[in-house]
Ligand binder design. Structure first.
Ligand SMILES: [Mg+2]
Length: 212
């Protein structure tokens, strides 16, 4: 039975795709490179973020990348919106006394205003933020919080999330509310794939939160 849920943030609980796309494009334009179309960005963006920059070198230092990214992201962060079914799902977790965690690449400086504005921060038991690679981080998270992998579900919108769940030996659920498309997520072989969190709620409730 699922007693713990590890959430991804971007594309799973909130829609920050337009803001992140604009901030990344700002980096490329400042570096004298071509910006991405939204479609192309969704195709190419991946985690760990270093992998993305290795495939698309901006030609400037990572410190410069970060500075430009954060400069633009601060201006567009108000565009970040809660995803439609996220709040009822978080409320259900609270009602069911599910322990909740967050495993996100987003640094605390950007997470905090979003967590406050959406009100979602109050539903997250323990956030792990600014995580460059979620695979080693999930092992730490499981150990630090003494979570049994068979009672734990990781929910995310990118292949790296599914790979992370597998690395930690926990169940994985891919949601289609974020960055990656069905075909991309399928190649990572999630235990379950849903359109959104309401569909996941229905699956969990129908099975008494037993995940197989
Ligand atoms: Mg995400």
């Amino acid at each position: 039975m699922i007693r713990n849920i590890i959430f991804d943030w971007s594309g799973t609980l909130v829609d920050d795709l337009p803001a992140v796309w604009k901030a990344i494009n700002h980096v490329f334009v400042r570096s004298g490179k071509e910006p991405f179309t939204l479609e192309n960005f969704r195709q190419e963006i991946c985690l760990p973020i270093q992998k993305f920059f290795d495939q698309h070198p901006p030609g400037v230092s990572m410190a410069q990348v970060q500075e430009w990214f954060h400069e633009r992201f601060r201006q567009v962060q108000d565009e970040v919106e809660p995803l439609p079914h996220a709040r009822p799902f978080l409320e259900l977790c609270r009602e069911r006394k599910i322990r909740t965690f967050l495993l996100s690449a987003l640094p605390a400086v950007h997470y905090e205003p979003q967590a406050e504005r959406t009100g979602f921060g109050a539903f997250i038991g323990r956030p792990y933020l600014g995580v460059p690679d979620k695979r080693p981080a999930i092992l730490e998270l499981l150990k630090e919080n003494q979570l049994a992998p068979v009672e734990t579900l990781f929910i995310g919108d990118m292949q790296h999330d599914i790979e992370t769940a597998k690395h930690g030996g926990v169940f994985s659920c891919a949601v289609l509310t974020g960055y990656s498309r069905r075909e991309q997520l399928q190649t990572s072989g999630p235990d379950l794939m849903v359109a959104h969190l309401e569909e996941l709620r229905d699956v969990l409730e129908a099975n008494d939160w037993v995940f197989t």
